[in-house]
Write a protein that binds this ligand. Sequence first.
Ligand code: GRF
Length: 186
Amino acid sequence: MQRLAILASGSGSNAEKIMEYFQKSKKASVALIASNKTDAFVLERAKKFQVPTFTFSRKEMQEGKLLEKLKQEKIDWVILAGFLLKIPEDLIRAFPDRMVNIHPALLPNYGGKGMYGMHVHEAVKAAGDESTGITIHLVNENYDDGKIIFQSATAIDPTDTPEDIAQKVHALEHRYFPEVIESLIK
Ligand code: GRF
């Protein structure tokens, strides 16, 4: 039974889909929800699934407190779902090819520092792109740069607002992220 930890800084709608998906799984379970924000709504969602939570500051993460907790909990896979802090290299090295992130655009476009949440969808809208999508990739020492594992696209209508684009992208994330994690674990 593989033990997953999900790192999230905000709402946690992806974390909820993943907890739901693996609730009855014989292959994996979500063993920990960790956040750098003590008021992140993802922590409320974790309560609904009785998944233990852990909060930490950026400083504590850099001091190794998060890595210590992940080892203590015997975590096998680290899933980044809306986690906004840069992951320290020792943490990446501790989970070789076992740390994945989801990005709300078709990388390599609209990736990198500062490219998260609505900033991405506003940039896609401003560029007048006819499609956007999601990218699931392994995490390396550079933002949004690791090996791409999965991508899926959706069409953008000229009348779509950045909020409409965000909704279409979220629908793709919720549809595919849990399944892609399961395929990786296999
Ligand atoms: C998602 O769109 C994800 O791609 C991005 O941050 C957002 C998190 O959404 N990295 P949620 O907190 O899972 O609702």
